[in-house]
Design a protein around this ligand. Structure first.
Ligand code: AMP
Ligand code: GLY
Length: 421
């Protein structure tokens, strides 16, 4: 039996651990650092996701057969480079390939060089020049900080005054750190997430899903890491999907090979179906969170084989992936105040009742054990994920699971999947 190490501590990693525990080949699963929910399915190891040397030493000592990386911070810290240099099998891209997410400027330049459809843009490092450019353009306009900002580095000002304030934050006051700003054309249309397994040139697509980035119902409120997700997407046709695969995902994988930084892992296309066709909003270099929690429950193939084939560069020899036809919908329970400041350590009741409902999986995003009780320990705390023959049924089950969870400190959206329901 194989031993696997999963790096990370959120709902995404819980879903990865859950998928690995369904593999007939996997015996032992470690998760570093994990959380209170993951602890029921894996042995949690007290190492942070950026402790690259310690994680490598751990994998070597425990003779781990495969390490699967969840968060981008680990990849940007060079975890995949360090493991590969030591001959330790790892699922995740090199630091150079991870720039597709860690640098918006790199991602936009790559798309421009290879003719991949995306919003028109310009990059600035000087406040005055950015301001002049924005003054002459139309509104709304999209301003993106060129670096990792935990999903908070994008603002869409409606007028010049708000744009000035945002540019000041990013370029004069270095709110997210020293960095450039990408100024982008505002696009319209439904957004969707296209996650693909990629090993250099070979691209193996997963089923499509959609995230909900705004905090409140009706897509109102601040941007978050994601408040819920579902799959499949009735408004994206098979033709759209093929178009995105052939004109976006495959060319980008080929471009990364050509530019000397081949990608191994999950290439996540954040795409938009605009009136002018499918265009790229952003790329991520890893599984999406919360998309993974709804996508992986539909995977029927053994995920251990898929991870190894991706890490080993043998995806082209892998049999086609098998997917359940069922729908999966997940609702995030977040701490009141998130994405701003919030309390931690609030006790959560009703977890067992929720998890026992038919078709329901409860993924922990930010929990820990305190005096024998599960308590909140992050902004996003839990995700109630339900699988059913149709989306309306999955939605009803997920809402039932949410209702079973009793906690003073949590809120959730009630309209996940509204574009499809
Ligand atoms: P990003 O971090 O690049 O995914 O941006 C966060 C969110 O901002 C996206 O999910 C979109 O909803 C929105 N957004 C980003 N870029 C654009 C754009 N060019 N046009 C319209 N909306 C955008
Ligand atoms: N769901 C958005 C992300 O993973 O970045």
């Amino acid at each position: 039996m194989k031993t696997v190490l999963v790096v990370g501590s959120g709902g995404r990693e819980h879903a990865i651990v859950d998928a690995l525990s369904r593999s007939s080949q996997v015996g032992k699963i470690y998760c570093a650092p994990g959380n209170a929910g993951i602890a029921a399915q894996a042995e949690c190891v007290p190492l942070k996701d950026t402790q690259v040397e310690e994680l490598l030493a751990f994998a070597q000592e425990k003779q781990v057969d495969l390490t699967v990386v969840g968060p981008e911070v680990s990849l940007s810290a060079g975890i995949a480079d360090a493991f590969r240099a030591a001959g330790q099998r790892i699922f995740g891209p090199s630091r150079a390939a991870a720039r597709i997410e860690s640098s918006k400027d790199f991602a936009k330049g790559l798309m421009a060089r290879h003719g991949v459809p995306t919003a028109a843009y310009r990059t600035f490092d000087a406040y005055d020049e950015a301001l002049e450019y924005v003054r002459g353009g139309s509104f709304p306009v999209v301003l993106k900080y060129d670096g990792l900002a935990a999903g908070k580095g994008v603002v869409i000002p409606e007028d010049f005054e708000s744009a000035r304030a945002a540019l000041k934050d990013m370029l004069l006051e270095d709110k997210f750190g020293k960095g450039k700003v990408v100024v982008e054309e505002f696009m319209t249309g439904p957004e969707f997430s296209f996650l693909c397994f990629v090993d250099g040139p070979t691209v193996v697509p997963m089923v499509l899903s959609q995230d909900h980035k705004r905090a409140f119902d009706g897509d109102k409120g601040p941007n978050t890491g994601g408040m819920g997700a579902y799959t499949p997407l009735p408004f994206i046709t098979e033709e759209d999907r093929q178009d995105a695969l052939e004109h976006i995902m495959k060319p980008v994988a080929a471009a990364l090979v050509e530019e000397g930084c081949p990608f191994w892992g999950v290439l996540y296309g954040g795409l938009m179906k605009t009136p002018q066709g499918i265009k790229v909003v952003e790329f991520n270099c890893r599984f999406g969170d919360p998309e993974t929690e709804v996508v992986l429950p539909r995977l029927q193939s053994d995920i251990y084989d898929v991870f190894c084939a991706t890490a080993d560069g043998t995806l082209d020899a892998l049999p086609p992936l098998r997917w359940s036809e069922e729908a999966v919908l997940g609702i995030v329970l977040a701490s009141k105040g998130y994405p701003g400041s919030y309390d931690k350590g609030v006790p959560i009741e009703g977890l067992a009742e929720a998890a026992a409902l038919p078709g329901v999986r409860l993924y922990h995003m930010g929990t820990k054990m305190q005096d024998g009780k599960t308590v909140t320990a992050g902004g996003r705390v839990l995700m109630a994920v339900a699988q059913a023959p149709t989306l309306p049924e999955a939605n009803a089950r997920a809402l039932q699971a949410v209702a079973a969870i009793r906690c003073e400190g949590l809120f959730h959206r009630s309209d996940i999947g509204h574009q499809a329901l």
